[in-house]
Design a protein around this ligand. Structure first.
Ligand code: EPZ
Length: 416
């Protein structure tokens, strides 16, 4: 199993090109099941999760190629199943449920098991589909779903759910009549999916707000779409500049998708200037300790909580970091403490007392964003850090060690 080795202490300087967003590309790929024919996506990142979705769709009969562009042909879909072997490695596999039901009126999808960061049930996905007339049975760990007729409905989410919104938006795009999604997720990835569905001929209004209206259509036609930049990768490199007293230019990003993160990092002591699709960022003072609370978009994203915590471990005072989205997303705390951080957990809040320095140590990655926080801490730490189980990192960060080395980091991969 690979590990990442980082010798800390270098200030990062130079340019980083931001990749396409994993959490936008995955629902876009699943949406290709809605329309028979060749779909073309550009700016699709080369990540483990993208590969998993590609395998999932090809098991169903899709033919795809990931060259400069990602092309997928869904003319000959013959299997309507997402097997446990794939779903257990990537929960986002559940995103095929809505499109399969909308197009083929049936689906057999493994229930995603537990996850390191929380229970993460899909009850809100299933309840919404039942309201649309889907007959759902749970059998031997699988969701068996049938929908002789898929009809529009008014669905009010009791809790904001990103993939829940995406799944029901896709199902509704080929349903009979009008579907209204209330308390819907407003993430940029949801907006991008709605844009692609509309480009295929769907009739969706209100994406990006709490109420989305979808007028079902008889048929959709494949099209071409560019995946939006990864706002979480962008945020991660902003913190890399902050924690290493660096000076970076991030190219090909969407600053407007990161307002809450940029505002907090500016308060923490960063100068951040945005122009078009690039951000210039440099550390201009000591790191000021801040309190943050994770909430659905446009508030501070849970996917930046761990990275922000890494920065606050070197803050000037005390920072309270409250995780409101997932009930178990503090697995990185113990590992950061191994590097000398001073963090106390009190329920859903981490009390982070800033320390003068971190020291390199062998640590263990537990999930995607936790591994990113360990990389950031290692870049600032004295000495060498070994990060084990970096397959978590490869799920969501494209060529991270090459990108980091190009801006001055001492980082390499070793198999352990
Ligand atoms: C998406 O996950 C992202 N994944 C996650 O990113 C991200 O952390 C999360 O949204 C929140 O922003 C993808 O887009 C592929 P949710 P998702 O449904 O859709 C509860 C990363 O690091 N809930 O919005 O699975 C749930 O347990 C990943 O890239 C239910 O109770 O998250 C959680 O507490 C990690 N029942 C909350 O809602 C449901 O049916 C929000 O989850 C659905 C969700």
């Amino acid at each position: 199993m690979d590990k990442l080795v980082i010798e800390g202490g270098n200030s990062l300087k130079g340019q980083v090109s931001i990749s396409g967003a994993k959490n936008a590309a995955l629902p876009l790929m699943a949406s290709s099941l809605l329309a028979s024919g060749r779909h073309t996506f550009t700016n699709v990142p080369r990540l483990r999760d993208i590969r998993t979705m590609q395998i999932l769709l090809s098991n169903m009969g899709a033919i795809s190629e990931h060259g400069d562009r990602f092309e997928i042909d869904t003319t000959d879909i013959h299997t309507y199943e997402a097997p446990y072997e794939l779903v257990k490695t990537m929960r986002a596999s559940v995103l095929v449920l809505g499109p399969l039901l909308a197009r083929y009126r049936r689906a057999r999808v493994s229930l995603p098991g537990g996850c390191a960061i929380g229970a993460r049930p899909i009850n809100l996905h299933l309840r919404g589909l039942q309201q649309m007339g889907v007959d759902i049975e749970l059998d031997h760990g699988y969701v068996i779903a049938k929908a002789p007729r898929l009809r529009g409905a008014t669905i009010s989410f009791e809790q904001v759910t990103v993939t829940g919104t995406e799944n029901l938006m896709m199902a509704a795009s080929l349903a009979e009549g009008l579907t209204i999604l209330q308390n819907a997720a407003q993430e940029p990835e949801v907006v991008a999916l709605a844009e692609y569905l509309n480009r295929m001929g769907a009739q969706i209004e209100g994406a990006g707000t709490a109420e989305i209206r979808i007028q079902g259509r008889k048929e959709l036609i494949p099209a071409t779409f560019t995946v939006i930049p990864d706002r979480i990768e962008t945020g991660t490199y902003l913190v890399a500049a902050a924690i290493t007293k660096g000076d970076l230019e991030l190219k090909g990003c969407r600053p407007d998708h990161l307002n809450a993160v940029i505002q907090n990092l500016a308060l923490a002591g960063l100068s951040i200037e945005g122009e078009g699709d690039s951000l210039r960022v440099k550390r201009v003072s000591e790191i000021k300790s801040l309190n943050v609370m994770t909430r659905p978009y446009p508030a501070f994203p849970t996917d930046m909580q761990a990275q922000f915590m890494a920065l606050m471990t070197l803050g000037s005072g005390v920072s309270l970091i409250t995780e409101q989205i997932f009930e178990n997303r503090f697995m990185h705390v113990l590992e950061l403490k191994r590097m000398g951080a001073d963090i106390q957990l009190e329920g859903r809040t981490a009390v982070v007392r800033g320390v003068k320095r971190l020291s390199g140590a062998p640590v263990m990655a537990t999930d995607l964003r936790a591994s990113a926080s360990l990389v950031l801490a290692a870049l600032a730490a004295e000495g060498v850090t070994e990060i084990h189980r970096i397959y978590h990192l490869d799920r969501g960060y494209e060529t991270i060690e090459q990108k980091l080395a190009a801006i001055g980091a001492r980082v390499w991969r070793e198999s352990s």
